[in-house]
Write a protein that binds this ligand. Structure first.
Ligand code: AMP
Length: 403
């Protein structure tokens, strides 16, 4: 009988969803083999499990009634049982988690310990909408399977290299010292995209690159020599460019006005800025870029135009933080799949030497820049799950070496 092979489970737990992927280590940590992935959506009301193979064949589906849909323990156990039942002959040797906030001190992925969990708990006020959900499966697994190795990978960690000037807001020093500063997010995506560029365009990857992570949540990052120098999201995931339902940066005076004149309280403002603004708020139609792009309604066009205007403006800001621009990269749902949005952003950046080739852009090719442009433009699909699996293997290797 062949011995069981070790596989790595990656979990990305949100408020109403639990996404999972399973990887097997290949010859080296960069070339991980993706085996299966899936998610439970609708947690809390009508939970639904769906899973697919690496080549996107549907592999499983399940639904829960309303009562069971809220029990995260039951839902997580279902994922574990499904993985174990589907990948017979494989054994989950470790679990890697996406954790939104690592604060100022956690600048790299860490093996989960009770002390680390306490530290991550203390960061909940910095990311109240995400951090508690990220931590929930860690707790459940630690209780059920105390021997199972778990690794926490932080969305903020990639930005730990930002210089102080990029981190600071012009607020009284005491508030900055308390941690009211720019942390940045989408770090696992930037890390992965940077690693792909290092493989495919090593010389450029050591230069000054602006990566546009444009999805339902969107941000930009200035990456110089592989390190984050600045980023558009900040203290929270609200800052920067407009998103599906989030406002992006607005004059803070607007919030003061809404509080004073419209008597809006915390809950109403949170709902407005996180869930009713962005593409949805401007268009009044949808938070989905594809829907807006396909619509002829002027309100949909206005949302698309505002999004592109703000992304282009932010590219220039990011370039300034690095003293120049050697390459522009698009990633995530919109960045990887929308030739129209990439073209509209590139048009606005022509003065910087950015221009896309319409044929290459139409096919979502790796390099989409026109011939002889000063700033080459790339489309690099992101893979945050793979980045987490890589880190999980690396961190475990390190902790075994130091044991
Ligand atoms: P993500 O959060 O990375 O999954 O990205 C989701 C966003 O990508 C949604 O706004 C989708 O409408 C958008 N998206 C996906 N495919 C396309 C496409 N072909 N054209 C325009 N937007 C797209």
């Amino acid at each position: 009988m062949r011995s069981k092979q070790g596989v790595y489970l990656v979990l990305n737990a949100g408020s109403s969803s639990l996404k999972f992927s399973v990887f097997r280590a290949a010859a080296n940590v960069v070339e991980l083999e993706a085996l299966v992935s899936g998610q439970i959506s609708g947690i809390g009301s009508s939970a639904r499990f769906q899973a697919k193979s690496a080549d996107r064949r549907p592999l499983g589906e399940h639904r829960w009634d309303d009562k069971e849909s809220a029990c995260r323990d039951t839902l997580l156990q279902y994922v574990l049982d499904w993985v174990n039942g589907t990948l017979i002959g494989d054994e989950i040797v470790a679990v890697g988690h996406r954790i939104v906030h690592g604060g100022l001190s956690l600048g790299k992925p860490m093996r989960v310990t009770p002390t680390l969990l306490d530290e991550l708990d203390r960061l909940v006020p910095l990311a109240p909408l995400h951090q508690p959900h990220n931590l929930a499966p860690i707790r459940i697994l630690a209780q059920k399977f105390p021997e199972l190795a778990q690794v926490a990978c932080f969305d903020t960690a990639f930005h730990s290299t930002q210089p102080a000037i990029a981190r600071s807001y012009a607020l009284p020093r005491a508030l900055t010292d308390e941690g009211i500063c720019s942390y940045g997010f989408h770090g696992l995506s930037y890390d992965y995209v940077t690693s792909r560029l290092m493989e495919r365009q090593p010389e450029l990857a050591h230069g000054r690159i602006v990566i546009c992570h444009l999805g339902n949540g969107s941000s930009l990052c200035a990456v110089k020599d592989g390190r984050s120098m600045d980023t558009s999201m900040g203290f929270s995931a609200l800052n920067g460019v407009p998103m599906g339902t989030r406002s992006g940066s607005i004059d803070p005076g607007v919030i003061l006005y809404l509080m004073r004149e419209k008597k809006m309280g915390y809950a109403e403002l949170e709902d407005l800025l996180y869930r009713k603004s962005g593409l949805l708020g401007v268009s009044g139609i949808s938070n989905d870029m594809k829907v807006l792009q396909d619509s002829e309604d002027p309100a949909a066009r206005a949302a698309v135009e505002l999004f592109c205007h703000r992304v282009a403006r932010e590219v220039a800001a990011m370039a300034t933080s690095m003293g120049g621009l050697d390459a522009l990269v698009f990633t995530a749902g919109i960045g990887e799949n929308s030739p129209e949005i990439r073209a509209l952003i590139a048009e606005r950046l022509a003065w910087l030497g950015v221009s896309v080739d319409s044929g290459a852009n139409r096919t979502n090719a790796f390099e989409i820049s026109a011939a002889d442009v000063r700033v080459p433009v790339f489309v690099v699909p992101t893979n945050e799950e793979k980045m987490i699996a890589r880190y999980t293997i690396t961190v475990l290797g390190e902790s075994m070496a130091s044991a």
